[in-house]
Design a protein around this ligand. Structure first.
Ligand code: MG
Ligand code: MG
Length: 267
């Protein structure tokens, strides 16, 4: 077993070989996203989408990162994907829910391959959606890109946070505070936390070989959240629509390598 080197901050620095493993996990996540996106349409259930994701991930010899995941005293998460509809922000449990024309669906999942995780999320409309919902989705995807654009060795974590918040609020949306991005590698969640709000120039310094998941969640209304009685599903407190995009990235000398969307953003 190769042990990751740790920086004084406790953040693991991956070797070139370890980044190579993470590229493989990221590619599996990217390929799974394509398959799930193709299946999103009115009439499909979130459980059917979950099966598509799990079957593909296992078919290439990887494992779902979220299935069986425990948080606090919660029952373990039962799905491969988190499927969060409309006002659901994150951690929706896939099941019998049928998607309807006009819904928006956030899908969040990870895969572990060669001992390393990839973690990614996207939001997509089901059939025809409102102009406002589409604007929210587009702004959330763009806020992630704005965050990634800030990444380079020598920068600070909150440079990302600030860029996401500035863009999101400039578009008239709010940024969820309670859930944040994270370091990622042998564990799904590692140091440091990557908030989607805050002043630039703060937090741990970004170093070549760090791998982090950046994941802005934007709401049409306020940023406050509530958790449902199922112990997992997080919704907007005011019931407004929410969108979520996430990529796992590796920090390079002069920027970022996006591991979970190596093909770029194509829709
Ligand atoms: Mg995720
Ligand atoms: Mg994540």
């Amino acid at each position: 077993m190769i042990l990751s080197r740790r920086s004084p901050s406790g953040i693991s620095i991956k070797s070139a070989k370890e980044i190579e493993f993470m590229r493989r996990a990221g590619q599996i996540v990217a390929d799974t996203k394509v398959r799930v996106k193709e299946a999103i349409r009115p009439g499909v259930t979130t459980g059917e989408l979950d099966r598509i994701a799990e079957d593909y991930i296992r078919s290439v010899g990887a494992m779902p990162s979220f299935k069986g995941y425990k948080a606090g005293g919660n029952i373990p998460f039962s799905g491969t994907i988190c499927a969060s509809v409309n006002e659901e922000i994150v951690h929706g449990i896939p099941g019998n829910r049928v998607l309807n024309e006009g819904d928006i669906l956030s899908v969040d999942f990870g895969a572990i391959a060669e001992g390393f995780h990839g973690d990614s999320a996207f939001t997509m409309g089901v059939g025809e959606i409102s102009e406002e919902a589409q604007r929210l989705i587009d702004a959330t995807r763009e806020s992630l890109k704005q965050g990634i654009a800030q990444v380079k060795a020598g920068g600070r974590i909150s440079d990302i946070s600030h860029a996401v918040q500035t863009y999101a609020e400039g578009m008239g949306f709010s940024v969820v505070r309670q859930y944040v991005g994270h370091g990622i590698g042998r564990a799904l969640h590692e140091e440091p936390q990557v908030p989607n709000y805050g002043e630039a120039g703060r937090g741990p310094m970004l170093k070549k070989g760090m791998t982090i998941a950046i994941e802005p969640m934007l709401n049409i209304g306020g940023w406050e959240t509530e958790q449902l009685d199922d112990g997992w599903t997080v919704v907007t407190a005011d019931g407004s629509l929410s969108a979520h995009f996430e990529d796992t990235i590796a920090i390079t000398q002069d920027g970022a390598e996006v591991l979970t969307s190596p093909e770029g953003y194509y829709f």
